[in-house]
Design a protein around this ligand. Structure first.
Ligand code: FNR
Length: 182
């Protein structure tokens, strides 16, 4: 099973990247994660879709197309989703070229130093994914609040409950993908 993994932060020391790295390192043996880097995705411009997608969005869409599901671990900015995430979803869920999010199982989680743990940002990402036709897993919800207290400088998740939560979340997502494939 292939899962496309997207971190919604470009920051080198991103706590969301650390959570995603942890999930990839602890992956179930049946899962192969493909990391999609949003750093080089140009700003969405529908004019640029004419005659096919530009190189970087085309490569990202190919990775998404080949994946059985997409996992997004993202921060929340100003109670919304980061622009880089919306930008990537606008390319991927194109109304002109192929919409690679249609019927694609998706799972969203996020980490924040604040208490609410990206609840509002996740809501926006899920709404956009649903608008693109993605099959968004609704439960479990994973809101990782006060995240820096749970992850050390070596990217190790020190909070046992969080480790368990992430493992259970991965299992739920794998089951969700398998359900959609039958
Ligand atoms: C934030 N942050 C933030 N956190 C939150 O829980 N709710 C919010 O609405 C916001 N808003 C916000 C706006 C902007 C522009 C920035 C830069 C930051 C704080 C944010 O959660 C924190 O910086 C995280 O560490 C960002 O995630 P990464 O980059 O560590 O993955």
């Amino acid at each position: 099973m292939k899962i496309a993994a997207i971190a919604g932060s470009l920051r080198k020391e991103s706590i969301n990247k650390k959570v995603l790295h942890h999930m990839i390192e602890q992956a179930d043996s049946k899962v192969e994660y493909t990391w999609i880097d949003l750093a080089d995705i140009p700003l969405f411009n529908a004019d640029e879709e004419t005659g096919g997608d530009p190189k970087q969005p085309a490569e990202m869409k190919e990775q998404l197309k080949e994946a059985d599901g997409v996992l997004i671990v993202s921060p929340e900015y100003s109670h919304g989703m980061p622009g880089v995430v919306k930008n990537a979803l606008d390319w991927a869920g194109s109304m002109t070229n192929e919409n690679v999010l249609d019927k694609k199982p998706a799972f969203v989680l996020g980490a924040s130093p604040m208490a609410l743990g990206t609840a509002l940002g996740q809501q926006q990402i899920k709404q956009t994914l649903a608008a693109c036709g993605s099959l968004v897993l609704q439960q479990p919800e994973v809101f990782i609040g006060t995240a820096p207290k749970k992850i050390n400088d070596d990217e190790v998740i020190t909070d046992e409950r969080l480790r368990e939560t992430l493992k259970k979340a991965e299992i739920a997502f794998i089951e969700w993908i398998e359900q959609q494939q039958t």
